[in-house]
Design a protein around this ligand. Structure first.
Ligand code: ZN
Length: 381
């Protein structure tokens, strides 16, 4: 069971609000999906995620396939039961990790062979196999195998990756139809490097195959933010209005706002969780580093009007102390705030779209940030 319904559309931009229905629950879009790479969103529990407002999370096929393996997860009727998360789950196909983490990744029409980054063992991922693995994980939304190229890439490399991505997408669709069609949704992934016409061609080819949803891959791989937005600006209108559109692996709060304005419905990114573990905290006025000596005696919360568990109960001075002392609680509390920040931002964005006030919201979002820059400049002078 899977469906997508558009609820509201902004007049001034392409921003839109919708509802995704899956057999594990309803997801309101635009949505941010916290990343649970190895069957856990690092340092926080499913109950804490739910309390922070998470409605769908992401699992990584590459990591879960290598460890603990499908033989373990299949004993639990899938990832939901294994990790004790009852809401919707999206799994990626593993393609991105094969190219970024594994050793000796080799592409052929059949699939991609690689050596595990854990023990050097040899593996072959084919389109059929990634569908089998994701079916075993029991995800609600699953992704096609795609060829992720590095940045920068030549036109020839981008074209070759696009062509193989289309061929794999056809085989993924076929394997999906033969197995679990209807119980989960399979998304196609647009590639094409940083070339507008190739992105357009990729989108067209995928739409001919026809998927329940579409993702844009190969962005936020080192290109300047303007190029990323330009590619999204060109690609998104080429995808069907009636299907969810997902930009993979992006990004900062600013990126999210701009990509929503261009018509994106779904996001995932490790930024809030990874940066939390490095002591970087997101606030409406920009990021702050909790290690900074100026927070040593700061009795206030990370963000005064934040409703997250961390801000409701702890001071900047305490969080700085935990972080400096490398106490494990530091990672959990920083993560809870950052995850809440991203989820709450998307909630506010959605509310603004529904009220047809997205443009005003977007201007206010940037105004708050510039206020901080001005005030810190004044302090210096
Ligand atoms: Zn907070």
């Amino acid at each position: 069971m899977f469906s997508f319904e558009l609820i509201a559309q902004s007049i001034e931009s392409r921003a839109r609000a919708g509802v995704i229905r899956t057999s594990h629950g309803v997801v309101e879009t635009p949505v941010f999906m916290p990343v649970g790479t190895r069957g856990s969103v690092k340092s926080v529990s499913p109950e804490e995620l739910l309390a922070a407002g998470a409605r769908i999370i992401l699992g990584n096929t590459y990591h879960l396939y290598l460890r603990p393996g499908c033989d373990v997860i299949s004993r639990f009727a899938g990832l939901h039961q294994f990790m004790h998360w009852d809401g919707p789950i999206l799994t990626d196909s593993g393609g991105f990790q094969v190219f970024s983490l594994a050793k000796l990744a080799k592409i052929s029409e059949e699939g991609v062979t690689f050596q595990s980054h854990l023990d050097g063992s040899s593996h072959l991922l084919t389109p059929g196999k990634v569908i089998d693995i994701q079916n075993c994980l029991g995800a609600d939304i699953i992704m096609c195998l795609d060829d992720c190229i590095q940045y920068p890439a030549t036109r020839e490399e981008s074209l070759a990756a696009l062509e193989i991505t289309t061929k794999w997408a056809q085989r993924c669709k076929q394997a999906w139809q033969e197995t679990k069609n209807g119980r989960n949704a399979l998304f196609g992934i647009v590639q094409g490097g940083m070339f507008r016409d190739l992105r357009e061609r990729s989108a067209e080819e995928l739409m001919k195959i026809d998927f329940p949803g579409y993702a844009v891959g190969g962005l936020s791989v080192g290109e300047p933010a303007e190029v990323m937005l330009e590619m999204a600006d060109d690609t998104l209108p080429n995808l069907p209005e009636t299907k969810p559109r997902y930009i993979m692996g992006v990004g900062t709060p600013e990126n999210l706002i701009e990509l929503v304005a261009l018509g994106t419905d779904m996001f995932d990114c490790v930024l809030p969780t990874r940066n939390a573990r490095n002591g970087q905290v997101f606030t409406q006025q920009g990021t702050l580093n909790i290690c900074n000596a100026k927070y040593r005696h700061d009795t206030g919360p990370l963000e005064p009007d934040c409703a997250c568990y961390t801000c409701q109960n702890y001071s900047r001075a305490y969080l700085r102390h935990l972080y400096m002392a490398k106490e494990l609680l530091a990672y959990r509390l920083n993560t809870l705030h950052n995850v809440y920040f991203f989820l709450n931002l998307m909630r506010q964005v959605r509310e603004a779209i529904v009220q047809d006030e997205f443009d005003r919201f977007r201007k206010q979002f940037y105004k708050r940030k510039s206020t901080k820059r001005r005030s810190s400049h004044e302090k210096k002078s």
